[in-house]
Ligand binder design. Structure first.
Ligand code: PHE
Length: 347
């Protein structure tokens, strides 16, 4: 009996070629009405001795059948895999999908160039918060509460004490206070500022870079020399710089700085409105009272400060007609600048 089952089972096994057939064979032997199960179906009529014998036999066959079926299962799996591998060959000559590369934002390119220049001149690059106190943004820069100069910078106030900084000059006030040893300062601070303004050349958010130098015997000539080098680095070797008297509450004297138009070289064109010059910077000698509020004795120390809009530099360099392009993150716009930098041979 045992042998008969075994032979039949072997024959069944050999015929298996698919998963479905495995299930059928499994059922035939081990299922509820299967051959092995049937062996023990009339156990209750047997004697104790016979029960033992039949039980042992059934178990042996069950184990044997299970093991053999598992082996076949593994074999079939392997065969299916091989069949798949043979059929699904990969055509390595097919062109691959183009990977889209990101590119540096024009704004970021300008920031990196500004940082490179000033770091090479021994400046630190510092950072300050965009949510700032009225004290750092105005009061410590000689703009007390109620001062008319506040009107010039339409400020987003959070509450009477806190605001979104309107100028990176707030970082001048911070840097002076934080330098508790009152040692010389040479810093720039690129960052975002906010004003209630919105049109093709003004955005409610834009970029500035602040510069502050405090030391003994710093003069307006140092400021001019520094800014001349800076303008040449940013806009080309032939760039000239011109100072015009101006007013800022925190500098005295104050100047507005023009650069010769890099489009027409100073001859006059639509970009410079035929004047040959373009205004790029506000600057001046740090006001004695501002030095004092920062803990520096104005009899001992002098300094200069300057602030410039980063967006304007980006717009000039890349001839971007609308400031809003810088903030809408349109990939078609952003992709152009690797090529433009190559054409302009600006690294
Ligand atoms: N903070 C001034 C502005 O936003 C620019 C400036 C900075 C002027 C430093 C003088 C010195 O207009």
């Amino acid at each position: 009996m045992e042998k008969e089952i075994q032979e039949a089972f072997q024959k069944d096994l050999e015929r298996i070629t698919s998963y479905q057939e495995i299930q059928e064979v499994k059922n035939k032997y081990l299922g509820k009405k299967g051959i092995v199960t049937e062996l023990t179906s009339n156990m209750k009529d047997l004697s104790v001795e016979e029960k033992k014998e039949v039980g042992r036999l059934a178990n042996t066959i069950r184990t044997y059948v299970t093991e053999e079926i598992t082996k076949v299962e593994q074999r079939i799996e392997k065969e299916e895999l091989n069949r798949k591998l043979e059929k699904d060959t990969i055509d390595i000559s097919l062109p691959s999908e183009k990977i889209r590369r990101g590119s540096r934002h024009p704004f970021q390119r300008i920031v990196e160039d500004v940082e490179d220049f000033f770091v090479s001149m021994g400046y630190d690059v510092v950072d300050g918060p965009e949510v700032e106190t009225d004290e750092n943004c105005f009061q410590r820069l000689n703009v007390p509460l109620g001062h008319p100069a506040r009107d010039a910078q339409d400020t987003f106030y959070i509450d009477p004490e806190y605001l979104l900084r309107t100028q990176t000059s707030s970082v001048q006030a911070r840097t002076m206070q934080q330098n508790t040893e009152k040692t010389p300062i040479r810093m720039i601070c690129p960052g975002k500022v906010y004003r209630r303004d919105d049109d093709a050349t003004h955005s409610h958010q834009f970029g500035q870079v602040e510069g502050l130098v405090i030391d003994k015997n710093v003069s307006l000539a140092d400021l001019k020399g520094t800014l001349e080098l800076f303008a040449k680095k940013m806009l080309g070797e032939n760039t000239k710089v011109r100072f015009r008297p101006s007013f800022f509450p925190f500098t005295e004297p104050s100047v507005e700085v023009d650069v010769s138009c890099f489009k027409c070289g100073g001859k006059g064109c639509p970009l410079c409105k035929q004047s040959g010059w373009i205004e790029v910077l506000g600057a001046g000698m740090v006001h004695p009272h501002v030095l004092e509020m920062g803990g520096y004795d104005p009899k001992e120390w002098t300094g200069f400060a300057f602030g410039t809009g980063l967006d304007r530099f980006a717009m000039f360099r890349y001839e971007i007609p609308d400031i809003r392009y810088l903030y809408t993150n349109d990939i078609r716009f952003l992709e152009q600048f690797d090529r433009k930098d190559e054409e302009n041979e600006i690294k």
